[in-house]
Ligand binder design. Structure first.
Ligand code: PLP
Length: 438
C-alpha cells in the first residue's frame, strides 16, 4: 500500500499538563470537546497563535481550522483587534456602569443585522440563548419552546434536550441534572422537516412561546437548511404567534455580514449572537424586534443582568473586529472561494480513494461526514463512521492540521487561509484519508 506513516509528534509537555489538569479540573478541561475523547489521544495545550497558525506548548505548529470554534474569522491576533484591546486596557478593565463603546457596539450590530431593533450584550452564547427564550416566554405568556434534534444552543437547562456538539459527541444529548419539569417544556423535532414542526405546533396549540434554531446548523457537523425550509418556519411562526429565534452564535457575521438571515433573506423575530462578536473575548448578544426586546428589564419586567456585561475590553475587541468586517464585504467572497476549494478538494480526494463521503459547506463553514449518506439532519449525521474519523483526525493532527476533534462539529475557515495553505491542507488530507482507511 502507499499508506504514509503518521509522522511523529512530540506532545510531552501537553501530556504532562493534561496529567496535572485531570487532578484539578473535571476531565482535565474547561469545555468537554477539548478533551479529545471522541478521537483518542490527549489534547494539545496551546501557547500562542498568529494568523492561520497555532503553536502548542511543545513548539509544534498547526494550521488552524477551528479558530476558537468560530470567533477568529480574521485569523489569530489581528493587529486591529490587538491595538483596540491594548488601547482600552489603560482605562481599567471594568466599571459596572454604562460606557460609550456599548452604545457604539449596539449601533454597529443593528447596522449589520437589520432585524435587530434593540440589543442586549451578555458574556457568552449560552447567556444569549437562555435570555432570549426567557424574553420570548415573557412576551407571549407561553411556556414551551421548540428546538431541533442536534442543534446546540449552549448549556442552558432548556437546551440540553437532544442537544448537538459535545453533548452529542459524549453521548449525553439529554443531560442528567436537567429536571423533568424543565425538560417537558422543550419540544424537539428533526431538522429540515416542516411537517414535523406543523405536527408539534398542532399538538401543543397556543403553548409554544418560541421556535429556536441554528439557521445553518454547525453543531451536528455542518447541515444546510433545505430549500424553502426557513421560509416555511417563518410562515408557521407568524401564523401561530410563535417567536422565531435564529441562533446565529456561529453563523452571525460569518456567512455574511448580517449572518444566515442575510444569506437566506429571512427576518427572524429575535437573534442570538456570540463568537465573532467578541473578536475572541467573551461576548454574546441577543436582540430583535423592539416590541419584544422592550420587555427586558429595566424597560420591561423580564429580568436579565450581568456584572461584566458590555465589558470595556470585550467591546473594544468586538467593535474592532465587526468594524473591519463591515468595511470589507469583499472578504466574504474570498472566504467562500477558499472554503469551496477546501470542501471540493476534500470531496475529490475521498472519491479518488473510493470513499463516497459527504462534504457539506455553506460559506466559510464545512464538514466531512464519514458516510455515503447525504446529511440533512441528525439521523443522517449519525450514520458516520466515527472511528475512521478519529483515525483521520489523528493523521491530520500529526501532519500539523488542527481540525475539530469530533465528527459532529463544523470547521471554521479564517481569512488567514491562503491558496498555498489550501494546497498544504489537501496534501495532508490525501495522506491522512488514505492512512485512516488502511
Ligand atoms: N449557540 C450556538 C449555535 C453555538 O454554536 C454555541 C456554542 O458553540 C452556543 C450557542 C453557546 O455559546 P457559548 O459556548 O459561547 O456559551
Amino acid at each position: 500500500s502507499q499508506a504514509t506513516l503518521t509522522p511523529a509528534l512530540n506532545l510531552s509537555t501537553s501530556d504532562a499538563l493534561f496529567t496535572r489538569a485531570k487532578d484539578h479540573i473535571p476531565g482535565g478541561v474547561n469545555s468537554p470537546v477539548r478533551a479529545f475523547r471522541a478521537v483518542g489521544g490527549h489534547p494539545v495545550f496551546m501557547q500562542s497563535a498568529q494568523g492561520a497558525w497555532l503553536t502548542d506548548v511543545d513548539g509544534n505548529r498547526y494550521l488552524d481550522f477551528i479558530n476558537s470554534w468560530g470567533p477568529m474569522i480574521l485569523g489569530h491576533a489581528p493587529q486591529i483587534v490587538l491595538d483596540a484591546v491594548q488601547g482600552a486596557i489603560g482605562n481599567s478593565l471594568s466599571f459596572g456602569a454604562p460606557t460609550r463603546r456599548e452604545v457604539e457596539m449596539a449601533e454597529l450590530i443593528k447596522q449589520m443585522v437589520p432585524s435587530i431593533e434593540k440589543v442586549r450584550l451578555v458574556n457568552s452564547g449560552t447567556e444569549a440563548t437562555m435570555s432570549a427564550i426567557r424574553v420570548a416566554r415573557g412576551y407571549t405568556g407561553r411556556t414551551k419552546i421548540l428546538k431541533f434534534e442536534g442543534c446546540y444552543h449552549g448549556h442552558g437547562d432548556s437546551f440540553l434536550i437532544a442537544a448537538g456538539s459535545g453533548a452529542l459527541t459524549l453521548g449525553t444529548p439529554d443531560s442528567p441534572g436537567v429536571t423533568p419539569g424543565v425538560a417537558q417544556d422543550t419540544l424537539t423535532v428533526p431538522y429540515n422537516d416542516l411537517a414535523a414542526v406543523e405536527q408539534a405546533i398542532a399538538a401543543n396549540d397556543g403553548q409554544i412561546a418560541a421556535l429556536i434554531l441554528e439557521p445553518v446548523v454547525g453543531n451536528m457537523g455542518l447541515v444546510a437548511p433545505a430549500e424553502g425550509y426557513l421560509q416555511g418556519l417563518r410562515a408557521l411562526c407568524i401564523q401561530h404567534g410563535i417567536v422565531l429565534i435564529f441562533d446565529e452564535v456561529m453563523t452571525g457575521f460569518r456567512l455574511a455580514r448580517g449572518g444566515a438571515q442575510e444569506l437566506y433573506g429571512i427576518t427572524p423575530d429575535m437573534t442570538t449572537l456570540g463568537k465573532i462578536i467578541g473578536g475572541g473575548m467573551p461576548v454574546g448578544a441577543y436582540g430583535g424586534r423592539q416590541d419584544i426586546m422592550d420587555n427586558v428589564a429595566p424597560a420591561g419586567k423580564v429580568y436579565q443582568a450581568g456584572t461584566l456585561s458590555g465589558n470595556p475590553i470585550a467591546t473594544a475587541a468586538g467593535i474592532a473586529q465587526l468594524t473591519y468586517l463591515q468595511q470589507h464585504p469583499e472578504l466574504y467572497d474570498e472566504l467562500n472561494r477558499i472554503t469551496t476549494r477546501l470542501a471540493d478538494g476534500t470531496r475529490q480526494i475521498c472519491q479518488e480513494l473510493g470513499l463516497n463521503y459527504t462534504v457539506n459547506q455553506v460559506g466559510s463553514m464545512f464538514s466531512v461526514f464519514f458516510t455515503d449518506k447525504l446529511v440533512h439532519n441528525l439521523e443522517d449525521a449519525k450514520t458516520s463512521d466515527t472511528e475512521a474519523f478519529g483515525r483521520y483526525f489523528q493523521g491530520m493532527l500529526h501532519r500539523g492540521i488542527y481540525l475539530a476533534p469530533a465528527q459532529y462539529e463544523a470547521l471554521f475557515v479564517s481569512t488567514a487561509i491562503t491558496d498555498e495553505l489550501v494546497d498544504h491542507y489537501l496534501t495532508a488530507c490525501r495522506e491522512a484519508m488514505r492512512e485512516a482507511h488502511g
